[in-house]
Design a protein. Structure first.
Length: 747
């Protein structure tokens, strides 16, 4: 197409697959070129031998206003020796709505997309109008892959460039022998190489660009003389997450990095990075609970001032903080089984009611069973008391073992139906134990629901309310010393072990690192201490003293109860002593101490932080108890010695199985079938024995109750007939009631 002048009304003109041996492969305009707002011209696959592969504007008037673009000019896949897309001899004026779009154009020498011989590329007088969009244009041996100005200035509102190239250091995007002024410059370059000079000028202080927006992960740098603007990608092993064009490339952390490119950082599971400052990635941490850190993936921010884009969060839902070691208090709270587990808090009244009922029913049922066993201690057969004490000691082991097993990687890989069934079995162990070892319930969630502050201290207090109520009721109904014995047996180990949660020690980096110090993140805060006091040391000291005082109070209370009464001991003393030989009447204290130490080890040494140490501590406690029972044989009935030793050996066996399970999780050659077999064996032993013993206790309590009622009915006729021997044949519990005089009650 050849024309002396072209004025485009709001219509569309297309030129497709045309050639010219000299100029203007799509159109040659020797005079005025004016395009009105709303019009469009498209040139595709055009070629010229010398100048203007798509469009050549000669502009014989020599005035910048003679070439006016206020519509849309699209040039695609065109080529020429100079000005592969458009050649303009006297410049182009851009209206506010004007748009030049050049794509896949090639020049053998200069101006792969657009070549302007003189006059420049400018908006209307006093305005920076128009858009220049250049994609994948090339100046094979010359200058200005997107735009080349031999003389004149660039003054436009918006320039966008992607994939443009020119000969080395000759302006991949723009080469100008004048000034370059833009409101916004968008750049989407090649991520696979370091980009050289993008804008290069031959004037002093020529670049005035209000906003530079490079592609994600690409930085921008200017020479001190402001004649060159260059974009660059980061070298291997470095990433640039900040959108600020002046921010440097940052070394990816060596330990946790799984993926590292100029614009993306991916972490291995079990690690997280603090992104508060994207220019400093040295603040990476190991997560004490590896399940809380799925392996975050972040990408460079797209807009300056915005944070990096999170493709995969550093912390699992509900976890926050350094090392993802804290819980998001708005939706989650620390689970009862471990301070490193976060449980999703229920929102419905029904779910909250179920949890409250579970806590109350668990405490009440255990306390009631223990109280009935004490009250039955006057009869000849008191199997229920021995069985209950053995069961509570066994569940202290099995609960810890199942909790550790359910936190293993192999357990997480089981099907949901299988995990649900095993969780149900664990819930049965929890109910017998009186602790939430395998479930995801949380006392802190209840605090949040009822409007109280979520904290370990408040949860500790909340867990003590129901035990105190039950102990007080039994004290009023029967005897304070009896209530003390039952309450200590059922609740003291859990109460003392709760202090272990405050003492959990974490390391978020190796000890040899400068930030690898030990952290006690769950200690209570004493606001009344002076600033110069070491707060952590004071809190640790206070907690250790509390553990010793509470444990000593429970043990000394039992010992005083045992040795205080000699003739006609009351029911609660018989409960503690009658199953044992006279020389071992105090032996029930051993079981109390064992339960306390087992639970304390479970909470103080979480399986996620110290798996080997927790398992070895539990095994050591059990081995010591086995040795004591084998040597001392404290029960009067030999079968009880064998039963107790057998339960201890089963607990020791489960501990060894769990140690194998956790060790295999870390080995590359592990077999999932072996792991599943270990899981089912552990759960079968823990749950099966606990449930079986609970059934035996129920039958024993029923049998003892029937025996007591039968004895009472048998003695009633003898008392009514005035048989002098009748008082001597009264049931033991009636004689004990008569012996509980006020002087004894006050003891």
């Amino acid at each position: 197409m050849r024309a002396t002048a072209m004025r485009l009304p709001p219509e569309k003109i297309w030129a497709n697959v045309t050639k010219s041996l000299v100029r203007g492969g799509g159109a040659y305009i020797s005079g005025v070129f004016r395009q009105s707002n709303g019009s469009a011209a498209r040139f595709q696959k055009c070629m010229a031998g010398v100048e203007g592969g798509g469009l050549h504007i000669k502009n014989s008037q020599g005035s910048l206003d003679a070439a006016m673009v206020d519509g849309q000019v699209i040039v695609e896949d065109c080529s020429a020796n100079v000005g592969g897309g458009i050649f303009s001899k006297s410049g182009i004026r851009m209206g506010l709505a004007g748009s030049l779009q050049l794509s896949k154009c090639t020049a053998l020498v200069d101006g792969g997309g657009l070549f302007v011989q003189s006059g420049g590329l400018q908006g209307l007088e006093g305005q920076q109008g128009g858009r220049l969009i250049v994609e994948d244009c090339i100046a094979a041996t010359g200058r200005g892959g997107g735009l080349c100005l031999r003389a004149g200035d660039v003054k436009i509102a918006h320039g966008a460039f992607a994939g443009c190239r020119a000969a080395s250091q000759k302006g991949d995007g723009i080469f100008a022998n004048g000034t370059v002024t833009m409101s916004v410059l968008d750049y989407h370059g090649l991520d696979t190489k370091v980009v050289g000079s993008f804008i290069k000028t031959q004037q002093e202080q020529p670049l005035t660009i209000s906003s530079v927006i490079p592609a994600t992960g690409i930085g921008a740098v200017r020479k001190p003389d402001n004649t060159t603007l260059a974009f660059y990608t980061c070298p291997p092993g470095f990433v640039r997450l900040a959108a600020d064009t002046s921010s440097p490339c940052v070394a990816c952390p060596l330990g946790p990095t799984k993926e590292c490119s100029s614009k993306r950082l991916g972490l291995e599971g079990g690690f997280m990075v603090d992104l508060a400052d994207p220019t400093n990635l040295s603040r990476w941490y190991r997560c004490p609970n590896a399940q809380a850190c799925p392996g975050g993936v972040v990408e460079a921010a797209e807009v300056e001032g915005e944070p990096p884009r999170i493709l995969q969060t550093m912390c699992q839902e509900g976890f926050i903080g350094l090392g993802c070691a804290q819980c998001n208090s708005t939706t989650h709270a620390r689970a009862d089984r471990s301070v490193l587990q976060c449980a999703k808090c229920p929102n419905s009244r029904l779910e909250v009611s179920f949890q409250v009922l579970f806590y109350a029913a668990t405490d009440t049922s255990l306390f009631a069973c223990a109280a009935l066993s004490v009250l039955n201690a006057g009869s000849k057969k008191t199997n229920s008391g021995v069985l209950l004490n053995q069961l509570m000691a066994f569940t202290a082991v099995s609960g810890s073992i199942m909790s550790g097993m359910m936190q293993s990687q192999s357990f997480r890989q089981l099907q949901n139906e299988t995990k649900t069934w095993l969780h149900g079995l664990g819930l049965a162990v929890d109910a017998v134990q009186g602790q939430s070892s395998t479930s995801d319930m949380s006392l802190e969630c209840l605090l949040h629901y009822f409007g109280f502050e979520q904290s370990l201290f408040n949860a500790h207090c909340l867990s003590s309310i129901m035990p105190l109520i039950l102990i007080a009721l039994l004290s009023v109904a029967k005897n304070p010393w009896l209530a003390m014995v039952v309450g200590t047996n059922v609740f003291l180990p859990g109460f003392v072990a709760f202090f272990g949660k405050y003492l959990v020690m974490l390391r978020l980096r190796p000890e040899t690192d400068s930030v690898g110090e030990a952290r006690f993140a769950y200690l209570p805060q004493f606001g009344f201490l002076p600033a110069f006091f070491p707060a952590d040391l004071c809190a640790i000291t206070a907690i250790l003293i509390a553990i010793l005082v509470c444990s000593a109070a429970g043990v000394s209370g039992w010992l005083y109860t045992v040795f205080r009464h000699h003739d006609s001991p009351p029911a609660h003393v018989k409960y503690l002593t009658m199953a044992y030989k006279p020389e071992f009447s105090y032996w029930e204290v051993e079981r109390l101490v064992r339960k306390t130490l087992l639970l304390l080890a479970k909470f103080t040494l979480p399986i996620m932080v110290s798996p080997a140490l927790q398992m070895q501590t539990i095994a050591s406690i059990l081995m010591l108890s086995v040795a004591l029972y084998v040597v001392c044989r404290p029960y009067e009935i030999g079968a009880w010695n064998w039963a107790e030793s057998g339960l201890l050996l089963v607990g020791l066996f489960m501990t060894n199985l769990t140690t194998c399970l956790l060790a295999n999780d870390l080995h590359w050659a592990r077999s999932q079938g072996t792991q599943v077999a270990l899981i089912f064996l552990i759960c079968s032993l823990a749950g099966g024995i606990s449930i079986g013993m609970a059934v035996l206790i129920a039958f024993a309590l029923l049998s003892e109750r029937q025996e007591r009622q039968a004895a009472k009915k048998q003695k009633q006729p003898e008392v009514a007939s005035g048989d002098p021997g009748a008082p001597d044949c009264q049931p033991r519990h009636q004689a004990e009631d008569k012996q509980l005089k006020p002087s004894e009650d006050t003891s």
